[in-house]
Design a protein around this ligand. Sequence first.
Ligand code: FAD
Length: 519
Amino acid sequence: MTGRYPGEVDVAVVGSGPAGAAWARTLHENAPDLRVAVFEVGPVLSAPPGDHVKNIADPQARRRAQRASEGPAAEADGEQPPATVDGRRGRPGTFLLGDGFAAGGTGLPVGAMSSNVGGMGAHWTCACPRPGGTERIGFVEDLDDLLDEAERLLGVSAQALADAPLAGEVRRLLGAALDADRPADRRVQPMPLAVRRDDAGRAHWSGPSVVLGDVLERGVALHPETLVERVLREGNGAVRGIAVRDRRDGTTAEVAARTVVVAADALRTPQLLFASGVRPPALGRYLNDQPQVLLAVRLPNEVLAGDGAEDHGDASTAARTAIDGSSGVSWVPFDDDRHPFHGQVMQMDASPVPRPDLPADRPGAYVGLGWFVAKDVRAQDRVEFDETATDDYGMPAPRVHYELTDVDAERLAAARSAITTAAHALGRLIDDEPIELPAGSSLHYQGTTRMGRSDDGTSVCDVNGEVWGVPGLFVAGNGLIPTETACNPTLTTVALAVGGARHVAKTLAHATLDRKDGS
Ligand code: FAD
């Protein structure tokens, strides 16, 4: 032991969001003898560690948990609203990139991160659509099997909130307008969500605590408030461990590890590799933030009048039919031929992008549509790191070069038209035209540690997440996704983490057996 850290583990996982949690769970389930430890720069917010903050009933306690996730600048000040930096405002539970947010082009003005046990996975909206068509990573041969397992780990259900008031009507209207000629699995449907209902009908949102299951009680160690500063390597380049800084007292330590998995989000995973001298040509490149357009509509009075939400029977029905932060989300799937956008439709009362400008009306009257667009992915859109300047943690400061292209402009124009068609099918438009959100709004940054079939300079890692040329170093998270996706990435990220962890569990378990046998 060095201070509160072990001297040696088999696998050190950096980051405790959905990707790190999926690695830890899968390693433990497949090779229970492996010594696995998770190192997380942020604090524990809740019990169990990594729970979703929406499950914290008391609003002030919830706000304190969000604030504790908003990075070093917010650590000491309790319940303040998210900081506004130069007119840029972050979402609760996140904090914005520093002054390097636009080193070239538009950059990502609202590019953000979360620092807490659970990462952004303690704050997310829990939408878990499966990728379709060209969104899918063709060379991941067992992708559907991995997606099945990811749905199990995240507790995904399309039915948990499907009976929310008005949601059925919303889907009926959208389906009538948009479903013609779509394959059955790409029709308008309830959004698969990482949510379960308890016996009283209350929604429980899956954070990484759900992904972890009981592995923290079964021997997987969690080290919160621990900054991993570097991945340590042997002279031949292979991994030998990590260098950490205890954020409680500033002391440093080294932890030996046979395998290191960096699951530190799509902006900070490349940061840690850069800080460790691991700098393959594709590192930080192909940065992808899905552009997004929004429109709000008011449902027609006859639709509102036809809803049975007033008729609450028992407590369970009342919990199911209240319009609140857990109301139904509908999905208009991505479809290459007819609709190359990912559509999310939800009651404005429940929207993660609030619209305080809307006039008061009966609950559920307003419906928000959000259409995500697949970015034209290019190598020059990138996050670089400064050799001399540092961020608030003392790590190399990020510098973002990012721009939408002419192709993106065309795709956005088509998305505006598609969302307007969908909105007209639902009711009266509230906005004159679709609102385009600033770059960084998706919170779905991808591509910066992308996976590839071969080490041809356009990818950072192989299909298991192992970094080319650095045996024992794995990466995880949305940064691995190489395709132009419009859908939310976390389900895919968890699936890829499962694939990598199964591979490592098998490899290390064999090595351990060989050692025991003396062979
Ligand atoms: P994260 O969850 O970001 O976790 C990374 C962790 O690494 C963090 O806890 C961080 O503190 C830690 N870390 C970073 N650097 C270091 C270091 N050097 N040392 C130690 N620890 C470090 N996605 C969807 O698919 N569907 C949605 O509906 C959705 N809605 C969202 C809504 C909101 C408001 C937000 C904020 C996000 C949403 N997302 C959604 C995105 C989703 O949360 C992310 O895709 C997901 O959390 C990524 O998982 P991850 O484990 O790769 O990264």
